[in-house]
Design a protein around this ligand. Structure first.
Ligand code: M6R
Length: 599
């Protein structure tokens, strides 16, 4: 996820030192390029693709000393691959303003077309670059910097945290809409960042901007205004974090932070892709994809479970679809040809097993789609099409928010590839971010984890859409707790695994809706209960499963798609709290790596 840092000082501190320190503190958010702009009557912009050290080693740092106004950015690609040109800051054509941005400008294409028609040349593929050009237009029309900035922001649709510096001004202008921005109040000036770690070494006094607010930072004061320009009162808070805690925004682990980021991640995944009024789905990245059958999914681990969920949705919508563990995929042995659509699901876009399978599919003449979190990744580059899940960087080895975002992205893909009605799915998806937030706010997973932490093993069952959720629940449990855990199709339990069930093996049963499958899973729960195993029902309460359960983890009533997302969040939390009780290395489990680049 992109990171912003900014500083306006009173002359005691060099801006470049604050910016470099801030960028290095923001590295934990994940990024693929960095840049700075320092202002002093003119703008000096330096930016580089790659690691922060690539920028730092080529920066003429000494010549930038003495200047006390600047902005910096770590970019995590969304529009256009990592490159020097796509790195922020971006400027207008006359180098009068430099801008950094987090978020997505939804209407950037329309704005870009409009500006291009007026003669503006773009230097990058980013959505962000429309902002400095809009500001530049207003400056050319005679507007003062602050007015020009506000006029540009008023034209934006989508999410943004934006900061701008001008050659002709000693102020920073900033605005926030659905993307975090925090001001730091120091003795030597004012700071600004997408996350407090960027300036925690200088000050712990902060003001959080709210959606729709603007800020003007100058050497002597900071002013926060609303969308109408009216000054608003602000509260200065004092943070009690040390620098290490700050990277996790106060959470004990990245895993818990990332679980809690899911409502935001899902909103980002849906943004601009569903129309609630017409109940339609539009995936701009796949505009020229001709639907073809059959669909074959290739993936590993958590992504494989997401792929199973996607395949089930497609079959439900009348499209033949199969799922393959990427490491088992062999294009010579499965029917793959020019009419096959092969979908690689991979958050990193670099998993060796998945890449090999996709390359085989490409060689066999299939059309390929990468469903990935990583712009510019091998999967995105080598497939015919890429659909981005937009979850933001995930630092914990255990995948959480990327799984939820894959579930949503694959639901959208299933809508795109079939002719079935999208009404119910779109309406359910629109509510999902709030429903996930509700689960996060009300979950009793930590109590259940404390109760069952010493169990011999943990079993997870579900049917249909909830079967991959059961598998994912078990994978999460085993990888971060090191305890035995298995997921089963609920109907399979009686065909063998039931022999393992005992008073010491809690069974987590995912029961969503009141369809035939849900009722059959309730029957399986009764079979487990009759053998004295503790049952934890993860349910939206549409069946009577709670009567047979020892404990209940509630999710909002919805349909199979939304329920599979919210139920999974409850299971993520159970695993997290069991691992926490056991004192495990949650963010970096033993023997595991975030990106597995060997077969
Ligand atoms: O980057 P990918 O999605 O291709 O990774 C595939 C698996 O290695 C990954 O999902 C793994 O199972 C998770 N980290 C487990 O939480």
């Amino acid at each position: 996820m992109c990171g912003i840092v900014g500083y306006v000082g009173n002359g005691e501190t060099d801006a470049i030192d604050v910016l470099l320190n801030g960028l290095s503190s923001l590295e934990y958010r994940g990024y693929d390029s960095t840049g700075v702009a320092v202002a002093n009557g003119a703008l000096r912009v330096h930016k580089r693709e790659g690691e922060f050290s690539a920028l730092e080693s080529t920066l003429p740092t000494e010549s930038l000393r003495g200047d006390s106004i600047g902005i910096g950015h770590t970019r995590w690609s969304t529009h256009g691959p990592p490159s020097d040109a796509n790195a922020h800051p971006h400027t207008d054509s006359e180098n009068r303003v430099a801008v950094v941005h987090n978020g997505i400008v939804e209407n950037y294409q329309a704005l870009r077309d409009e500006l291009t028609a007026e003669g503006v040349d773009f230097e990058s593929e980013t959505d962000t670059e429309v902002i400095p050009h809009l500001i530049g237009q207003a400056l050319s029309a005679g507007a003062a910097p602050e007015t020009a900035f506000r006029r540009a922001i008023d034209r934006l649709e989508g999410s943004y945290a934006v900061a701008a510096v001008f050659a002709s001004s000693d102020e920073i202008y900033a605005a926030r809409q659905e993307s975090p921005l925090v001001l730091g109040i120091g003795d030597d000036g004012y700071y600004l960042a997408s996350d407090a770690p960027a300036f925690i070494d200088y000050t712990d006094r902060v003001v959080y901007l709210e959606d729709g607010q603007f800020a003007r930072l100058s050497p002597g004061e900071f002013v926060v205004t609303d969308a109408n320009g009216t000054v608003v009162d602000t509260t200065v808070e004092t943070l009690e974090w040390d620098a290490e805690d700050a990277g996790k925004s106060g959470y004990d682990h990245y895993m818990l932070k990332e679980i809690n980021e899911q409502p935001t991640a899902l909103r980002q995944c849906l943004r601009g892709r569903v129309d609630g009024l017409s109940s339609t789905v539009e995936l701009a990245e796949l505009a020229d994809l001709e639907p073809s059958w059959p669909v074959q999914f290739v993936a590993c681990g958590t992504s494989y479970h997401a792929a199973m969920f996607g395949a089930e949705l497609l079959r439900e919508r009348g499209v033949p679809a199969q799922t393959f563990l990427a490491s088992e995929y062999d294009a010579d042995r499965v029917l793959v040809g020019e009419s096959t659509l092969v979908v690689g699901v991979t958050q990193s876009g670099e998993t060796a097993d998945t890449m090999r399978a996709l390359r085989e599919a490409n060689r066999a003449g299939a059309r390929t789609v990468a469903v990935t979190n990583t712009v510019g990744s091998s999967a995105a580059r080598e497939c015919d099409h890429a659909l981005y899940i937009r979850a933001g960087p995930e630092i914990c080895v255990a995948a959480t928010k990327t799984f939820a975002s894959q579930q949503v992205a694959l639901t959208l893909l299933a809508c795109r590839l079939s002719d079935a009605s999208t009404h119910d799915v779109v309406q359910a998806l629109r509510d999902v971010p709030d429903q996930v937030q509700h689960v996060l706010d009300t979950s009793r997973a930590s109590e259940i984890a404390a109760e069952y932490v010493d169990s011999d093993a943990f079993f997870f069952i579900g049917r249909g859409h909830q079967y991959p959720v059961a598998l994912e629940g078990a994978l999460k449990m085993k990888e971060i707790t090191y305890r035995h855990a298995e997921g089963f199709a609920a109907g399979e339990l009686k065909h063998g695994p039931m022999a393992l069930v005992s008073e010491e093996t809690p069974v987590f049963a995912v029961v969503i809706g009141d369809g035939e499958r849900a009722h059959k899973t309730v029957s399986n729960v009764k079979e487990v209960e009759a053998r004295d195993a503790p049952v934890v029902a993860v349910t939206d309460g549409q069946t009577d499963v709670e009567r047979y359960a020892d404990r209940v983890l509630k999710v909002p009533a919805s349909n199979d798609v939304a329920g599979a997302i919210t139920a999974n969040v409850q299971l993520q939390l159970v695993s997290y709290w069991v691992a926490n009780e056991l004192g495990r290395s949650i963010d970096k489990p033993r023997h595991l790596a975030k990106s597995v680049t060997v077969e």
